[in-house]
Ligand binder design. Structure first.
Ligand code: B12
Length: 501
């Protein structure tokens, strides 16, 4: 008799709050569910007893699938895989996701992984499951890697698939109520969602071109609206984050989608990813129609403030477009999360100041704008990674070592603690506190911390105006306070002093 059960494992991300729904596993589960398999998704961020679950399922399990992102998530992925191989060596362990798609040869050396599926996982996983179930050798399946006589074998890739041909996603496999975002109003139910994969651009820090070959594969507008409608009516979702690499690539698709949202009276609120040139390109009437259909915030990855930095990152953007883009969004009444990268290899000394000058200009246009500044982290598979290695960055050599790769604090050898502090104090405190958002203005008006918020705002505004960030005892105290909370309170909540929102 054929086995029918598959366990898909989403490892702990180490995030402290706002867990995103494990979209990767919901997507790969779709063809399995359609083909009659009984799929369970285990999310290690909420549930700890995977051992008990696997013991119960062991006799009927075809395999266990594990998702992998470079960094912290690999810890949980390794832990569960090792345990399965020690307790149930006959259950195949299959890994997929970004880390093993990029570093396939290195990862398949790990003795606790039987198979790796590269890139889009839906059809290769179904293929593999059917092969395992019928006792056929899976050796020929495209996108698959495995070990033969101790040597890693990586099969040829299949062409990327049109995501419209995949079945509807089985969201019922997870309890969507667990996955909260930053809700706009009380009673909102938030969900991260994606309408496309891949990206035609080739930013020099991004992993995407290696996996999606600079292709962009998108759901058609009717399919998008059908999925959203199902999520609204069946699961009560009211607020969405469209996490596509770039939601606004095809403006005709966007227009048809928002027309359907309005025609079906879905009354959702949503955010979408966009490029700065995308903001320039989108006609004002369409931007306003998007707003009418619920768009309240966009996420442009600005990354660099000056033309040489944008060119260095291969952004294919013009620095002079950034400020007009912010003005256009302000006119349309749409907030923005403009993100930046600093700490790049060979960065000019002026880059930090240039970046914060741009942030100040964007804050002046709309204090509601959020502008996180990220430290550049070399992820394998692109030009900046190669440059980083030449400049002394030593990449981990094993899966275990990649798990300790800290993706948040900046790990390149040219980044000093002083540089890190200089960036963090302006990014997390001085600029957002100097130009307070509505949320922060409310905190300055009411609540037990209002006097402290007002004081910190005054200090920050003075410092930004004078460009004086020295003798920063105020920052040091705040930073110590944040570190305390991060250490002792797993769920770092908004009532803690926070200026970004
Ligand atoms: C949402 C998102 C986040 C969220 C949630 C991440 C999470 N762990 O769930 C947040 C904001 C927290 C986040 C944080 C980070 N992210 Co992020 N994120 C994304 C984003 C935009 C969408 C991810 C997603 O849900 N995709 C939708 C699903 C359907 O696609 P998928 O995950 O690729 O899954 C497919 C395949 O990979 C494969 N697959 C995946 N898992 C499995 C498992 C099995 C068994 C099989 C067979 C196949 C398979 O099949 C799936 C369907 O085709 C992607 C970009 C992107 N386009 O995917 C970046 C991306 C995944 N993030 C990235 C990075 C770098 C980060 C950070 C490290 C950034 C930072 N410096 O802090 C952190 C790491 C946080 C952490 N510890 O997990 C990189 C990953 C690069 C890498 N080498 O791992 C990406 C690809 C962005 C990029 N283009 O560079 N991220």
């Amino acid at each position: 008799m054929k086995k029918k059960k598959i366990l898909l494992f989403f490892p702990d991300t180490g995030e402290k709050y706002m867990f995103n729904v494990p979209l990767s596993l919901i997507w790969v589960a779709a063809p399995l569910v359609e083909n009659g398999y009984d799929v369970r998704i285990f999310d290690q961020r909420f549930d700890r007893d995977y051992k008990g679950l696997i013991r119960k399922m062991a006799n009927d399990l075809v395999c266990v699938g594990v998702s992998s992102l470079t960094g912290f998530q690999l810890h949980g992925a390794i832990e569960v895989s090792r345990w399965i191989k020690a307790q149930y060596p006959g259950i195949p362990v299959v890994w997929g996701g970004w880390h093993v798609s990029i570093l396939t040869e290195q990862s398949i050396q790990a003795p606790f992984i039987d198979y790796i599926i590269q890139g889009q996982g839906e059809l290769p996983l179904l293929d593999l499951v059917e092969h395992l179930n019928s006792g056929r050798s899976p050796g020929q399946i495209p996108n698959l890697a495995y070990r033969e006589n101790g040597r890693g074998v990586v099969n040829a890739k299949r062409p990327l698939i049109d995501i419209n041909t995949l079945p509807m996603k089985p969201y019922h496999l997870v309890d969507l109520a667990r996955y909260e975002g930053r809700r706009l109003t009380l009673g909102d139910r938030y969900l991260a969602w994606m309408s496309s994969v891949g990206c035609p651009f080739r930013c020099a820090f991004c992993a995407d071109p290696l996996v999606y070959e600079r292709r962009w594969l998108a759901l058609a507008p009717t399919r998008m609206a059908d999925e959203i409608q199902q999520l609204v009516t069946r699961f009560g979702i009211t607020q969405f984050g469209f996490w596509d690499d770039n939601f606004f690539i095809d403006l005709k698709r966007v227009e048809q989608f928002v027309d359907l949202i309005l025609a079906r009276d879905l009354r959702i609120k949503w955010t979408g990813t966009i490029r700065i040139s995308g903001i320039r390109r989108i006609p004002m009437p369409l931007l306003l129609k998007c707003k009418q259909a619920g768009l309240h915030m966009v996420h442009p990855g600005v990354e660099g403030a000056t033309q040489p930095m944008l060119d260095y990152m291969d952004k294919m953007e013009k620095a002079e477009d950034t400020v007009p883009a912010a003005e256009k969004l302000k006119r349309a009444g749409i907030k923005s999360l403009f993100s930046f990268i600093v700490g790049l290899p060979d960065e000019p000394a002026s880059n930090v100041q240039d970046t914060f000058d741009m942030i100040e200009a964007l804050k002046r246009i709309n204090p509601e704008n959020i502008m996180p500044v990220n430290f550049y982290t070399p992820y394998p598979g692109n030009r900046l990674y190669d440059i980083s290695c030449r400049l002394g960055f030593r990449p981990p050599q094993t899966l275990e070592a990649w798990a300790d790769f800290n993706t948040r604090v900046g790990i390149t050898p040219w980044l000093t603690e002083r540089y890190r502090q200089e960036v963090m104090k302006r990014d997390k405190y001085y600029y957002p506190a100097a130009y307070p958002s509505q949320v922060m203005r409310n905190k300055m008006r009411q609540g037990s911390m209002r006097h402290l918020y007002r004081l910190l705002h005054k200090i920050a505004a003075w410092r930004v105006k004078r460009g004086n960030f020295k003798l920063d005892l105020d920052w040091k105290l705040l930073y110590a306070y944040w570190r305390f909370w991060a250490k002792y309170n797993r769920k770092l909540r908004l009532h803690n002093i926070n200026f970004r929102w």
